[in-house]
Design a protein around this ligand. Structure first.
Ligand code: EPZ
Length: 429
């Protein structure tokens, strides 16, 4: 398995190009199943999860043409043409679903267009049990018959889905995406109350509208959808990845550097920018992005609590904890979305951080002068990158093992960081 080796202590200076959002690209790719015409997606990031979703869709019969980079040259992401014309199967097998939970996002589209779907239950992952009960209850509210058999969800709607009202019992990004896609082809009106409002959902809704869907309340917590008989071809560019933006912004701050994030949108990371500013960063909007630096002031401890958008995103919790580990003062970090998302704590402590976790929900971080490089283990995507950030700031050498987690969510990570002066390299075993 590959490892990443970092020799820390170098303030980062330069520019980083932000890629398309993984968590927007995955539902957008699933949306191609809703139409027999071609959905063309641009600015897709080069990530393992994107390849897995492409593999899953191809297994279902989607014809995928990969058209290389978009016209504006090397930095832009890939362009995929996805045609749902000749779907040959409505079954998503365990072997693929277990490698990527987001595979569950094919359930709603398949059921809506074909009246049936058989999708393996995704199972949990390192950060939690990750149930899909809300996805299933929501589809039942649209008239689906759902059975669980042999680890699979077997969903049927022989007379098609019928519009209905569904109040999400808790905010769920994936369940909102599944229901939103399903509702576009359901007969009549669907109201989805207490919907998630993440920018990736807004991006998906905008793409569905371009495909001919009728959706009101985009960006709000109540989505109203008038079903239509069919969706048509569309072209859509994936929005920038707000978690990548937040991650590299944190890299500038933790190393005491000065970075321009090109293609970044500050409006996507308001809660993160607020925390970074309070911690001592200077942020300045520039053409097509923003500049973030911390060159002459010390880091201050800041409390934070993860919440659904527009609150502080859980996907940035591990990264900000690495930053707080070297701040002057203490920081109380509370995780409210997932039940086990502090696995980066023992690894950061091996680097000299002073962090105590209480009842799995809160961590008190007492900043130390310096972290020391060490051999550390990655356990999930965002925990992995928090260890990279810690390594960039630490004295000495840090070796991050199991970097396949990183490849799921960060495109060309070492190249983007070494291009700004980081001493970072990938070692293949
Ligand atoms: C999406 O996961 C993201 N993944 C996650 O990013 C992100 O952390 C999460 O949203 C929260 O923002 C993708 O978009 C591919 P949820 P999702 O449904 O949809 C519980 C990353 O690092 N829940 O909003 O699975 C669930 O257990 C990944 O890029 C149920 O109980 O998240 C969790 O506690 C990690 N039943 C909470 O809701 C359900 O049916 C929020 O989960 C569904 C969810």
């Amino acid at each position: 398995m590959d490892r990443i080796v970092i020799r820390g202590g170098v303030p980062l200076h330069g520019e980083i190009q932000i890629s398309g959002a993984k968590n927007a690209a995955l539902p957008l790719m699933a949306a191609c199943l809703l139409s027999e015409e071609t959905l063309t997606l641009s600015n897709l990031p080069h990530l393992a999860d994107i390849s897995t979703m492409a593999h899953l869709l191809a297994d279902l019969g989607v014809e995928i043409s990969m058209n290389g980079h978009a016209p504006n040259g090397g930095h832009a992401g890939r362009v995929f043409g996805l045609s749902g014309k000749n779907i040959s199967s409505t079954t998503a097998d365990y072997d693929l679903v277990r490698t990527m939970r987001a595979s569950i996002l094919v359930l709603g589209p398949l059921l809506a267009r074909f009246g049936e779907a058989k999708v393996s239950l995704p199972g949990g992952c390192a950060i939690g049990t990750r149930p899909v009960d809300i996805h299933l209850k929501g589809l039942e509210a649209l008239g689906a018959e759902i059975e669980l058999e042999g680890g699979y969800v077997i969903a049927r709607a022989p007379d098609g889905l019928k519009g209905g009202r569904y109040l999400f019992p808790m905010v769920s990004v994936g369940a909102t995406e599944n229901l939103l896609m399903a509702a576009t082809l359901a007969e009549g009106e669907t109201v989805l109350a207490n919907s998630a409002r993440e920018p990736e959902i807004t991006d998906l809704a905008n793409c569905l509208v371009a495909m001919g869907a009728k959706i009101e309340g985009i960006g709000s917590d109540t989505l109203t959808i008038q079903g239509v008989p069919a969706l048509h071809a569309a072209e859509h560019s994936v929005l920038p990845d707000r978690i990548e933006i937040g991650t590299y912004a944190t890299a500038a701050v933790i190393t005491g550097g000065d970075l321009k994030l090109v293609g970044a949108r500050l409006d996507l990371i308001e809660a993160v920018a607020e925390i970074l500013g309070s911690a001592g960063a200077t942020i300045q909007e520039i053409d097509n992005g923003f500049r973030i630096s911390r060159t002459d002031c010390e880091l201050k401890g800041v409390d934070m609590i993860t919440e659904p958008y527009p609150g502080f995103p859980t996907d940035m919790q591990a990264q900000l904890m690495a930053l707080m580990a070297v701040a002057n003062g203490a920081s109380l970090i509370t995780e409210t979305i997932f039940e086990n998302r502090f696995m980066h704590v023992p690894e950061l402590c091996r680097m000299g951080a002073n962090i105590n976790v209480h009842h799995q929900a809160s961590a008190i971080v007492r900043g130390v002068e310096k972290l020391s490089g060490a051999q550390v283990m990655a356990t999930d995507l965002r925990a992995s990158v928090s260890l990279v950030l810690a390594g960039l700031a630490a004295e000495g050498e840090t070796v991050v093992n199991r970097v396949y987690h990183l490849d799921r969510g960060y495109e060309h990570l070492e190249a983007k960081l070494s291009g700004c002066g980081a001493r970072i390299e990938r070692v293949k075993d």
